[in-house]
Design a protein around this ligand. Structure first.
Ligand code: HEM
Length: 289
């Protein structure tokens, strides 16, 4: 006997639902794919300023990266709200999504690397002082993760709509600050100086925090969710480092050691940024175990 809906069960005169002719055709009164996703606006944002073939690639990779950064911000903020309320399971799922989105961001370099220095020079002078250094999305991700440096927010001072949220995030706990508060709430001894630190400053390695993580890492069963959270945060920082490293390598192979369009030394600046450590004790705990 044939299964209902299988090709054998179909009456010869009944329409073939598998055929493209059966798809909805009239969108005068229906929400279409393009309208739902505002694809006209999306396409309108793609505006090369030269006739250079590779400028399309350059713009597309930046746009795609900004969309992923936007998603990462949403996931981080949602995870942080839950962590603040003492919840750990759903944030773990959200951080897993962040990790996957970061992989997409890092993979984007593979496409961009097909652009040679000569290709890039065909349009480099056309975008003046514009640089990823001024990416408000990237800065928000950094600030949420705990890289706190007020100087990095300055390029946004002329845009309060971008600057204010960054400034607010700079003065609020990072995802790591919230994790440390959870450790304290579970009875692990953390000094007041850590829990009430000046949030606008970057995280510095603290011996008492390291001791608290050692307790967790020596007894994962007892602190399973904190242990998993720590490893997930390490995945996030690991991926962040990979993105930074691949950016640096792409920059070196494209412009060598020329200065950056944003005004920094270029590769030298990016090399120094590789030294930033977001969750110092989570790296140090490995040495002590
Ligand atoms: C061939 C392509 C690229 C080149 C040559 C390049 C070059 C540079 C340079 C030289 C800097 C240092 C700041 C300055 O401009 O003075 C920089 C920063 C930056 N770029 Fe790129 N970049 C490229 C592609 C991208 C892409 C696709 C993104 C994706 C969003 C991106 C995001 C950033 C960010 C976020 C920073 C700031 C990094 C930090 O402050 O740590 N860049 N880029």
């Amino acid at each position: 006997m044939s299964r209902p809906g299988s090709p054998e069960s179909r009456h010869p005169d009944s329409p073939d639902r598998d055929s493209p002719e059966q798809a909805y055709q009239d969108f005068t009164r229906r929400l279409s794919y393009g309208d739902y996703l505002h694809l006209d606006e999306l396409r309108a944002a793609h505006q090369p300023v030269t006739a250079a073939h590779d400028e399309h690639l350059f713009i597309a990779v930046h746009h795609v990266s900004e969309v992923w950064l936007g998603l990462i911000i949403r996931e981080l903020q949602a995870a942080m709200t839950l962590l603040e309320g003492g919840v750990t399971d759903t944030p773990l799922k959200m951080l897993s999504r962040v990790v996957r989105a970061q992989e997409q961001l890092t993979n984007a370099w593979e496409v961009l690397k097909t652009m040679t220095p000569a290709d890039y020079l065909q349009f480099r002078s056309a975008f003046g002082a514009a640089s990823g250094f001024q990416s408000a999305g990237y800065r928000m991700v950094e600030v949420l993760l705990g890289n706190r440096n007020p100087a990095l927010l300055r390029p946004h001072e002329h845009r309060p709509d971008l600057h204010d949220p960054l400034q607010d995030a700079l003065r609020a706990p990072s995802v790591y600050d919230l994790t440390l508060r959870l450790l304290a709430a579970r009875g692990l001894p953390l000094p007041r100086a850590v829990l009430e630190r000046d949030l606008a400053q970057p995280t510095r390695l603290d011996e008492a925090v390291l001791e608290a993580w050692l307790t967790v890492y020596r007894d994962p069963e007892q602190y399973w969710d904190l242990y998993e959270l720590a490893e997930k945060l390490l995945d996030v920082e690991d991926n962040f480092r990979r993105w930074r490293f691949n950016h640096l390598t792409t920059v070196e192979r494209t412009i060598g050691f020329k200065t950056g369009s944003g005004g920094t030394s270029g590769a030298g600046y990016l090399r120094r940024a590789l030294e930033v450590v977001l969750f110092p004790e989570l790296w140090a705990v490995r040495t002590r175990l």
